[in-house]
Design a protein around this ligand. Structure first.
Ligand code: PA5
Length: 425
């Protein structure tokens, strides 16, 4: 496939220089290792052994999802997406693409807070509310309880006969409590691809069915992801250089945190999506760095002091978008009357753009390593590209750290205990 240009650009100019010479020396060997990891990913793509890499080129599953979405949207007042972790965060990140104030029928419920969920169920017209229950394993207690509570509420509201029209479940094609629930009520199901891990599933129907339900172009999301993937397969990978940069800093003992600082509301929930990906994939065997998701400019007034003047063991990735000239303009006359000449004729977008730049340069001046990512448009293609970039970077980083980025063995213990305690109660 011909390689198309990436929907974003990356600069490491303020990263290595600011990181000092020891880190700069560690970078080249780390990059060589990262490129070896890319060579393995290329083989995995060719053999099909890593299913995630084959997702961007798929179409069949999206056609089925579009059909299912059309049915779910018929006579519907609200659609609730039930799921947690990787079964929710991708869809939530994509929801930020819906402009402020535009009608949002799709609601995400990940945290099973009893007060929120009770109030939500009471606020919906349950006769016309649909639920999409998503769980790869089909056995996650939080999602199962929400699903069963929703079914019960519909039955109590007199809709028991039509239960199957209220639900769609996304889960792996194998026996599980969620699948058994779907079969018991006869509702439609879509398969969660077995070879794609929960936190890597945003480009599958897990993230893209909610996207379609919100009116987004799921094909364009995949298109953006594929552009990044093909670039990597053809030998150009900002994901490899990003992983190498992280690894060089870690080896120099300067990577306690990695900060993803997005300067756009559209990326507000992209940060939490990435945070789960990085934390759960790479925090293991006593290794890892804490991912911190921040939003600009607002976190300049919250975290920047610490970032500039604290221990300084972090990499900062500043993500900016094209905003210059966007949004309301400050009228010249009023600005001058208030002696605010520097704001005269400027837009909010002008302010946010220069603040992204100023923050990067200030951090750099303090000797903090800064990577800059510029995604001109935060549209579906741009999002797809960023999703794929950060998933590849995480996988490559796992290889550099010698940890398996696809498992999460430590969290199982808590789940077993919670089940035992519920049983005892
Ligand atoms: O990435 C992961 O595997 C996890 O964070 C899961 O997404 C999360 O635990 C939810 O699991 P499931 O989709 O099986 O309900």
């Amino acid at each position: 496939m011909a390689t198309e240009s990436l929907p974003f650009s990356v600069s490491l100019e303020l990263a290595l220089e600011g990181a000092g010479s020891a880190e700069a020396q560690l970078y080249q060997p780390a990059l060589a290792e990262a490129e070896a990891a890319v060579a393995d990913l290329r083989k995995a793509y060719e053999s099909g052994s890593l299913e995630l890499l084959r997702v961007p080129e798929r179409r069949d599953d999206l056609d089925a999802a579009a059909e299912a979405a059309a049915k779910l949207r018929e006579n519907t007042s609200a659609i609730c997406v039930l799921g947690i972790g990787g079964s929710s965060l991708g869809g939530q990140a994509l929801a930020e693409l819906i402009p402020f104030g535009a009608l949002r029928k799709v609601h995400f419920f990940d945290n099973p807070d009893p007060f929120t969920f009770k109030a939500a169920l009471a606020s919906f017209d349950l006769k016309t509310t649909r639920f999409v229950a998503i769980s790869k394993s089909g056995g996650t207690a939080e999602t199962l309880m929400q699903t069963l509570a929703a079914a019960d509420a519909i039955e109590k509201a007199g809709g028991g006969k039509y239960l199957k029209q209220h639900f769609l479940c996304i889960t792996e094609p194998k026996p599980s409590p969620l699948r058994a629930f779907a079969e018991s009520i006869g509702c439609p199901t879509l398969d969660h691809p077995v070879g794609v891990g929960g936190r890597y599933s945003v480009l599958t129907v897990v993230g893209l069915l909610p996207a379609i339900l919100m009116g987004l172009n799921a094909y364009a999301i995949r298109h953006g992801a594929n552009a990044v993937l093909q670039q990597m397969l053809n030998g150009q990978s900002p994901a490899a250089s990003g992983a190498a940069l992280h690894h060089a800093l870690a080896r120099a003992g300067r990577l306690r945190e990695t900060v993803l600082w997005s300067y756009a509301d559209a990326l507000k929930t992209f940060g939490p999506w990435w945070r789960q990906l990085w934390a759960e994939s790479l925090g293991k065997d006593g290794k890892g760095s804490t991912p911190v998701a921040t939003l600009g400019p607002v976190d300049q007034h919250s975290q920047l002091q610490l970032f500039l003047d604290g221990p300084g063991e972090a990499l900062y990735t500043i993500v900016s978008t094209d905003m210059k000239g966007e949004g309301p303009v400050v009228p010249r006359e009023r600005a001058s009357a208030l002696k605010l000449d520097y704001l005269a004729g400027k837009t909010l977008g002008d302010l946010v753009s220069v603040e992204a730049r100023a923050t990067a340069e200030t951090l750099h001046a303090k000797g903090r390593p800064v990577r800059q990512i510029h995604v001109p448009k935060t549209d579906e293609r741009g999002f797809g590209a960023l999703f794929m970039h950060f998933m590849l970077e995480t996988i490559i980083m796992g290889r550099l750290m010698r940890v398996d980025p696809f498992d999460q063995p430590a969290v199982e213990e808590g789940k077993v205990l919670a089940r035992r305690y519920l049983g005892q109660e």
